[in-house]
Design a protein. Structure first.
Lengths: 493, 493
């Protein structure tokens, strides 16, 4: 079951029950969110990983649609045995609002006018995208995400999650991204927007019942595509090879006649993009990227103050669009607050796109980071327990009521004095014991909250027990970890 | 007289007498070349420096047009006391063919149709541009250029000169350039062209009597402008500052409304470009850049084989459009042939544009390189001389005929045996000498061809003489160097 695909998947839809209040002050009504999930949410709902997509991405991050020739856009890291292991984790990915892949965006019907929004769609920001995602996550009853991960604009959402909802994020993996858009990034976005707006078919965004601004959108994509590749990778891929020619054309054709392979490739990329993306969405999403700035008037160190999240920050050495220096700025801001952060630079000639390509390095880095899980990260902090000197009947009733087979026995000082199991209860019936003290196990196997989860797993296996009390340095019981917790995390390995 | 401007200048025009045969095989008729010259061409015509301009440049490289607010585009390095010192050198700069600043290009009138060429203009290449320049240079009677210098596309012309007319180039200074366009460079050019072609006003290039494709040309310039700046310099210049706003606009305006200063700046650059440049010229010149490839099917080392030219190759550390690696490729190709080459990397945060800005480093590097002049570089190889045992009358006649005041006296073995001057002749008349041997100076002051020109200057000054024979290791006279040579080279210092 190593490195397999999750197979056929389907997109689901969630409608927000309330209006979404946007950062601009406007309200988005009847918001729909397209999303996909893979793997199984565990009983404690502690194994959910949210994947955030980039500018032109969508909810279809992994697996296959029936009949498709290509899997989801990040299939290389999602599936059984991959770093986002669907045997351990419950993966969620949703299309951003403002997008055009199933979530409400400028191409959606405005219920007030019964026509597509076009430019009547309100401006949305990274914070708004994350707020919509949070409502989706909450609708699943998930209180904390095991991880939030994303590259490029997806990484911006990861960072925004950490700032907007720090208590809901256990660990964060921003990749090939930045905490603020630089003037060069804004400049490239603006020329892309200008290409769209200059297309006479754009018609102030009201083109849905007429010709689409395909030429402008294709040009915007061509410009952007150059920034996703490195100089070196373009050389490796195209060199100066001519396209279906022995020699230079020495003439200007009006349509899409080109001399070089690289030109032909860009045209292909531009044209195929128009078949899968909405020009207005491009305007709105690129604007959200421009507006993104977690430092604002202050500094990243101030913004990240007080976060208790574990970070893995990844950059790509040949990425000149979101260069390593911007990832390092994130790390510096985290370090200033003594936040647990690991930084890695992927070695690749692919440029920005490496985050979608370099399967080996990504799987290695992310799996290592996620596996670095402590008992406290997955234990249940609320658990059934029973007081010392309670009756056996009382213990039996509690087990029945709480639907558990193991009950820690706690002193008045909250210390662990023993554990009583359903098997102990049945033993008491057979042997006529009446005191809890007579049947409970006093030499209890425990783990510390700081132990690696692997140690808990090994202890449970060795002693054939399905539940371990988690005891802190004061010998107080602060939680319980079960084979259920472990199995959802470990079975892939 | 240090670091001054050359003052008011005017553009001149040269019409080629013959058709220009282009690399494509087509002919360009009635070719006109706009050019400017500054400084004075010396008698030997050995002090001419040709400056080649970049994509959007023109012949107006230095000095001021009457009433203008800004000088020519490279005034920082041209003028009295600057590295291209107009007190020493004769500076020539011409607009490339295919351009729109006075030389024949797609906006020129096609004499066959009496209308602007538009797309009927033939495709031109770097080689064609250089061929046109050569005809201009030849028309001035210049046999060898003291130096050819240029940045960006100007640097490509410099390299093309070295390959096309090696015997006409004494030294070459290609700056922030490449010997071949890379796929990334082609890609950026292609998106620029696509922006123009996509403008509905472009009308297949036949827009001269109607609306111009300003929107497309402005967009092409905006895209290109991003590539001329470094990420760092954009940050220094704009940061994330908003344009005339306290907060994000949170709306899409249709025209040129923008949020950030960097957007406003790009729009300004794009719009003002449309007032000074022709869209079709942009297509043609950018295509010439794409086609440029001195390596071709072989290698740069093969291309540069046999060159006797001195090179100063300059790159800019923050230039990501024409990165130092491409300059180093030039150097490697030259080194493979043991060609005299000096390589320098300008330290600057300005990116590609640094070659137009970093006055201090450019002046220092170029002045040092040009001053490194040997006697053999400037001496006249053809000079009047007289055989040993000639008569005094014979010497007098030769002086009169050759218009010289100094005549080296040469043995049959071509060795220098003395020198006779006009003053010696007049002395012979006064004292009734009849033999050359009696009046000539036998203890002749000479220089070696490998001596620095400064040494020749010092000797002439010390002995108050205006001409020195140049004698090689076999004591043969191989040339003559005069104060005229020196003065045009040295007086600026």
């Amino acid at each position: 079951m190593k490195n397999e695909s999750i197979g056929i998947v389907k997109t689901k839809y969630h409608s927000l029950s309330d209006d979404l209040i946007l950062e601009s002050g406007e309200k988005l009504k009847n918001t729909q969110i397209a999303y996909e999930t893979y793997g199984k949410l565990n009983k404690e709902k502690s194994n959910a990983i949210l994947v955030c997509h980039a500018l032109s991405g969508d909810a279809h991050v992994a697996g296959w649609y029936e009949g498709d020739k290509k899997p989801g856009w990040w299939d290389i890291i999602i599936g059984p045995g991959k770093c986002l292991d669907t045997d351990k984790y419950f993966i969620i990915c949703s299309n951003v609002i403002g997008g055009c892949k199933g979530s409400t965006g400028p191409a959606s019907i405005n219920h007030d006018t019964k026509k597509p929004y076009g430019l009547d769609f309100p401006i949305i920001t990274m914070k708004d995208m994350v707020n919509a995602q949070k409502k989706l996550v909450n609708s699943m009853g998930i209180k904390q995400l095991f991880a939030v991960i994303g590259g490029s604009m997806g990484g911006m959402q990861v960072l925004q999650w950490c700032v907007s909802y720090p208590e809901m994020v256990r660990s964060a993996i921003p990749i090939a991204t930045t905490a603020y858009s630089s003037p060069q990034q804004i400049a490239f976005n603006e020329v892309g927007r200008r290409a769209i707006i200059s297309d006479s078919n754009w018609n102030n965004g009201a083109y849905y019942e007429s010709k689409f601004p395909d030429s402008g959108l294709a040009l915007a994509r061509m410009i952007a595509h150059i920034t996703y590749l490195s100089n070196e990778s373009m050389y490796q891929k195209f060199g100066r090879r001519l396209q279906d020619k022995e020699d230079y054309g020495f003439n200007f054709e009006t349509d899409f006649e080109v001399d070089f392979e690289v030109e032909s490739y860009l045209h292909y990329q531009g044209n195929s993009f128009t078949k899968r993306f909405d020009a207005n969405s491009y305007l709105y999403i690129s604007k959200a990227i421009d507006y993104f700035d977690l430092a604002g008037e202050g500094s990243l160190a101030e913004t990240f103050y007080g976060l208790k999240i574990k970070f893995l920050v990844i950059s790509v050495d040949s990425d000149w669009l979101y260069p390593p220096s911007q990832s390092k700025d994130i790390v510096i801001g985290l370090n200033a607050n003594d936040i647990d952060v690991r930084y890695c630079e992927i070695k690749s000639s692919y440029g920005h796109d490496a985050f979608l390509i370099e399967a080996g390095q990504l799987n290695y880095l992310i799996a290592g980071f996620l596996a670095d899980t402590l008992v406290k990260d997955v234990m249940s902090r609320e658990f059934a327990k029973i007081k010392e000197k309670s009756s056996i009947e009382n213990a039996a009733e509690t087990m029945l009521h709480e639907k558990v087979t193991h009950l820690p026995v706690i002193s008045n000082e909250k210390r662990l004095v023993g554990i009583v199991t359903a098997w102990d209860i049945s033993k008491s019936v057979a042997r006529n014991y009446t005191e809890l003290d007579e049947i409970m196990t006093k030499d209890v196997i425990v783990v510390s909250p700081e132990d690696p989860i692997e140690l808990a797993a090994r202890k449970m296996k060795k002693y054939s027990i399905s539940s371990l009390p988690v005891v802190d340095e004061n010998e107080e019981v602060i939680g319980i970890v079960t084979t259920d917790h472990i199995s959802t995390l470990m079975t892939g390995n």
